[in-house]
Design a binder for this molecule. Structure first.
Ligand code: XMP
Length: 540
């Protein structure tokens, strides 16, 4: 059986949570490798209960110490009777904590407790109608015949003793089962996905009725606890924060400022690769509207010099990262000393990076590396701040809610993702001042038209890319020889996969006409119709 002990540092990281303050109203999700594990965690939080995703191999002892109110076993890509597949610690069944097994999680529950799972003749993929046999607790208020989303090749063919049938579908005799006495529940379908109608009610039933959690995970509670935690951690010390204009660093700045006022110094290093009017707009907002002082560093010329003649994308990124550190270091020396660096790490980064960045001597998390979403590369070893990361328990949608509740305007809350190296990686080949100006003007037109058509929040990203080549065109009676602009508009859930957006032709027409007519140096606009994979969203 594959179960491993969680290392002490991971445990420390887990136990040192806001949830502690929120009276241990916590649901643990054991992750068996499902693409939906994070989604389960988000759904639990949607019903206002805090959740943590832990590795499937977390032992029952570690879980007991966390004293969660309930456990959810995620689905997973494996079949339970393949060799060496992930198993949970069998002692979890004796913890006397309610457990809900989803798909693979249900199979594990059934197999470990003496029932039987087998490969079925036909798997079931997609929507299925749920026929409810028992409307009590887990399926309370769920409509008979509701649609639930299935994705399985294996099925339960015999329940363990003590279990009863709660629901079936046409192809799945045991779609939901329960041992009411021990509060163990299994569902073959995926209540966490949006296609499962009533899925959120099921999760709410499990979390609120069965686990008896109180709805303590609210934005207001988070903000209050986060502020208390920041104050407790930072004391009277000085904190530095690098503002980028995105929702994470902006929400972080708001929260930190609320917690520690002028012990916080926000620095905005303008690499010269922001979109048109963005730096001015950001500074105005922070200074005049939010009354949070920001130290503005105009490093545009510095970055352009460093990138002169460089065309290779990875080299460009490396140089930008390196120069950022250089400037950041200078600024922190000039304005400092600082004890802490406030960083906008989010929960998905925490799940992915586990124990990285923990100083082995002190056990303290240190800024050996700033996350790639800040794009400032690794900090040199002698610049070791202590870290304060108040957003590290939050998913992106929760950061937006927190931002909103703190008064961040929608233009920041709903801002589309923008890469740290900015327009520099949207100019293919060498970055020059002239090309930056061309791209900025074209990009502004894209944003204006996307907004005008009400599509800004409908697409994941919409932007322009400048190609270094030139092609022939004709304007008036004159031959032109100028750059093409690539229009990239994509839809996506999370940036991991994406599709090109099927926007109306008239929108493409307006954008193309305006760019060619209004942006000097461009005579052609093309639309990128590549999905990701095989393409990436950005061109470099
Ligand atoms: P790709 O191009 O890899 O991008 O499909 C996926 C998402 O990540 C964004 N992206 C970045 N974001 N720093 C960032 O903060 C970066 O260096 C970076 N590169 C890509 C991209 O805009 C898309 O949303």
């Amino acid at each position: 059986m594959k179960t491993e002990q969680l290392s002490p540092t991971s445990f420390q990281q887990i136990s040192n949570t806001l949830a502690e303050e929120l009276n241990r109203q916590i649901i643990v999700i054991l992750d068996f490798g499902s693409q939906y594990s994070e989604l389960i965690a988000r759904r639990v939080r949607e019903v206002e209960v805090y959740s943590e995703v832990l590795s499937y191999c977390t032992t029952a002892d570690v879980i007991r110490q966390l004293s969660p109110k309930g456990i959810i076993l995620s689905g997973g890509p494996n079949s339970i009777y393949e060799d060496d597949v992930p198993q949970c610690d069998p002692k979890i069944w004796d913890l006397e904590i309610p457990i809900l097994g989803v798909c693979y999680g249900m199979h594990l529950m059934v197999q470990q407790l003496g029932g039987e799972v087998a490969k079925t003749q036909r798997g079931e993929y997609g929507k299925a109608s749920l026929h409810i046999d028992d409307f009590t607790n887990l399926l309370t208020d769920i409509e008979n015949g509701t649609t639930m989303w299935m994705s399985h090749g294996d099925s339960v063919i015999q329940m363990p003793s003590g279990f009863e049938l709660l629901a079936h579908t046409e192809n799945t005799p045991y779609a939901a089962i329960a041992n009411h006495e021990k509060k163990l529940y299994g569902v073959q379908f995926h209540p966490e996905v949006a296609h499962s109608v009533g899925g959120l009610s099921l999760i709410s039933n499990f979390v609120h009725h069965i686990c008896e959690c109180k709805p303590t995970w609210t934005t207001t509670a988070f903000v209050e606890e986060a502020i208390r935690e920041i104050r407790g951690r930072v004391g009277n010390e000085q904190v530095l924060l690098a503002l980028s204009g995105g929702v994470d660093s902006s929400a972080l700045a708001f929260l930190m400022h609320k917690a520690i006022g002028n012990q916080l110094t926000c620095v905005f290093i303008d690499q010269g690769f922001m979109r048109k009017h963005e730096p001015e707009r950001l500074l105005k907002l922070f200074k005049e509207q939010f009354h949070i002082p920001v130290e503005y560093v105009d490093a545009g010329a510095h970055f352009l010099t460093a990138l002169a003649g460089v065309t290779e994308p990875e080299k460009k990124r490396r140089i930008i990262g390196h120069e950022f550190i250089h400037v950041f270091e200078e600024v922190s020396k000039r304005l400092g000393p600082f004890d802490y660096l406030a960083q906008g790490t989010l929960y998905p980064d925490v799940i992915e990076s586990a124990d990285t960045n923990v100083d082995p001597q002190t056990g303290e998390r240190v800024a050996m590396k700033i996350k790639s979403h800040h794009n400032v590369g690794g900090l040199p070893k002698d610049l070791r701040f202590k870290l304060v990361e108040p957003l590290r328990k939050l998913f992106k949608d929760e950061v937006r809610k927190v931002g909103r509740s703190l008064g961040l305007p929608e233009e920041i809350v709903q801002r589309q993702p923008f890469p740290g190296p900015g327009l520099a990686i949207r100019i293919i080949g060498e970055v020059t001042a002239e090309r930056l100006n061309i791209l900025r003007d074209a990009d502004l037109i894209v944003r204006q038209e996307i907004n005008k058509h009400g599509l800004y929040n409908e697409c994941w990203q919409a932007f322009a890319v400048l190609l270094p080549i030139r092609s022939v065109g004709v304007m008036g009676d004159r031959r032109t020889y100028a750059h093409p602009i690539v229009l990239r508009i994509v839809t996506s859930e999370d940036g991991m996969t994406a599709d090109w957006a099927r926007v109306p032709y008239n929108l493409l027409e307006v954008i193309s006409n305006r760019i060619v007519n209004e942006v000097k140096g461009v005579n052609r606009v093309v639309y990128d119709i590549t999905s990701k994979p095989p393409g990436t969203i950005e061109w470099e």
